[in-house]
Design a binder for this molecule. Structure first.
Ligand code: BES
Ligand code: MN
Ligand code: ZN
Length: 503
């Protein structure tokens, strides 16, 4: 994590500098000062590069003089069209160009403080690295950037606006760390331990082991866990940022608040998905270390909400299991009984995520009576066939919730695309020998039949399911995320909460 400081707009005397410049705007302020220091060289260089300040445009000047090692101009388009997400992308693009310098600054002449704060967020997210297992990394392979300063006309306001975004970034980074970890390290138990660290932020954390879940009748989740030598866990995290503690009683002690219609998030946490007895092919199976990304996102989200002291009661629940083939593993054709009482014929042990979520969703809904419930899961390969890596699949039983998620997606750039639910799909999971089977008919509409399965464990609660199989991991660098674990969903759901559910 890089340190980000905020300072007064002043031409740096050394290091590297990025300027965020609007489209066809006269260069005043720092850009003018730089141009003067370079005897008109800045304006000439931009003209030579045909730089007009359009969004996505950039120009680089190496060793331009005035003591600077590099100057980068980043186009941000028409300033009245600039969104928070554009500002994040601009900050990220800037920092990617500055990474080779020890000290760097980003200046946004005339940019409002909140927009600069979002540029800072983008910059921080773009510099994420997961190097903990690189013991022989050479010096020249490491990014040099250690000090990043955001230059602003109103640095105090920008710093204030950045504080909650820094908590959000820490949540995204936690998710990325969890998703990046290999499955030999991040077992269900280890993941539960890492969730426990949220206690230091004021989150109440409960951990359920196999016996606890047996008592709750979690036959669907525990069936998946049967083949693994690793013990399963469920973690319940509560951030009570809205409930006031009860008035002081006679004892003088404040009684513990209970959540009032909390917003609830549920995550699939399969720490490794071999497919079980219905085993997956070897090629690409290593990707299934990130089959816990839904749970990782919920943990990072809870860290973000608590970190910025969001005025909301939020509960995160994650079901953590490993899906392995072994002599004790569940078999195709096994029938399990879920916590809801409904029975399931497990026709394919590789359709395990829905089995895990079935029990956790049921429990979440009954214990917390949520205002709404959103689950996240790397649930199906079929959603990648449908939407690629540009949108998560959104399934919902409630239009308001769906529209709010779509809006939050546009705001953050973590976009979602609504997919259908309906009786015709639901029929496909009917079963002759149990209440349902864990597969639809063949591969067609596989993401939808998976969502239909989940819906059978949701009553009247407004509910949305996000299939993030195409979004949790990136094979190439993105706007605000280097390749690898993206942390997708933390910013989306933080925005959903901030825009509609905080007092
Ligand atoms: N975890 C996988 C889905 C997945 C695939 C996520 C590729 C990310 C990348 C899930 O458990 C799974 O195996 N789904 C099966 C379901 C099928 C057996 C009905 C699938 O999508 O093939
Ligand atoms: Mn699977
Ligand atoms: Zn899976």
């Amino acid at each position: 994590m890089i340190d980000i400081a905020f300072a007064r707009m002043e031409l740096p005397k050394s290091g590297a500098l990025a300027l965020l410049l609007g489209e066809d705007e006269a260069h005043t302020g720092l850009a003018a000062a730089l141009d003067a220091a370079l005897a008109g060289g800045f304006t000439r260089a931009l003209a030579a590069a045909d730089f007009k300040g359009k969004r996505g445009q950039s120009a680089v000047l190496l060793a331009p003089g005035a003591g600077l090692d590099r100057v980068v101009a980043i186009g941000i388009g028409k300033s009245d069209e600039l969104t928070a997400h554009h500002a994040e992308t601009a900050g990220a693009t800037a920092v990617a160009a500055l990474m080779k310098h020890e000290t760097a600054a980003i200046a946004g002449d005339g940019l409002a403080a909140p927009m600069l704060a979002h540029a800072a967020l983008g910059a921080r997210l773009r510099t994420y690295r997961f190097d903990k297992y690189r013991t022989t990394l050479k010096e020249e392979q490491k990014p040099k950037l250690a000090d990043l300063t955001i230059l602003s006309d109103d640095s105090a306001a920008a710093r204030t606006a950045y504080a909650p975004l820094a908590a959000l970034a820490a949540g995204v980074e936690l998710t990325r760390d969890l998703v990046s970890e290999p499955a030999n390290i991040l077992t269900p138990e280890e993941m539960a331990d890492r969730a426990k660290s949220l206690k230091s932020l004021g989150v109440k954390v409960e951990i359920f082991d196999r016996r606890d879940m047996e008592k709750l009748g979690f036959g669907a989740l525990l069936g998946v866990a049967m083949g693994s030598a690793c013990e399963p866990r469920m973690v319940v995290m509560q951030w009570l940022g809205a409930s006031e503690p009860e008035p002081t009683g006679k004892s003088g002690k404040k009684t513990k608040p209970i959540p009032k219609d909390p917003v609830v998030f549920v995550g699939k946490g399969v720490t490794f998905d071999t497919g079980g007895i219905s085993i997956k092919p070897a090629a690409g199976m290593e990707d299934m270390k990130w089959d816990m990304a839904g749970a990782g996102t919920v943990i990072g989200l809870m860290a973000a909400l608590a970190g910025r002291k969001a005025r909301v009661d939020a509960v995160g629940l994650v079901g953590l299991v490993e899906n392995m083939p072994s002599g004790t593993a569940q078999r195709p054709g096994d029938i399990v009984k879920s916590a809801s009482g409904q029975t399931i014929e497990v026709l394919n042990t590789d359709a395990e995520g829905r089995l895990v979520l079935a029990d956790v969703l049921w429990y979440a809904q009954n214990r917390f009576k949520p205002r709404f419930m959103v689950d996240l899961a790397t649930l199906t390969g079929a959603i990648i066939v449908a939407l690629g890596h540009e949108n998560a699949g959104l399934f919902a039983n409630n239009d308001d919730l769906a529209n709010r998620l779509i809006e939050a997606g546009t705001y953050t750039g973590e976009t979602v695309w609504r997919m259908p639910l309906g009786e015709a799909y639901d029929k496909q999971i009917n079963c002759d020998i149990a209440d349902m089977k864990n597969l639809g008919n063949g591969r067609a509409g596989g993401a939808v039949t998976a969502a239909q399965f989940l819906q059978r464990f949701v009553n009247k609660t407004p509910w949305a399911h996000l299939d993030i199989a195409g979004m949790a991991w990136a094979s190439k660098d993105g706007a605000v995320a280097p390749k690898g674990a993206t942390g997708y969903g933390v910013r989306l759901l933080d925005r959903l909460v901030a825009a509609h559910y905080e007092q």
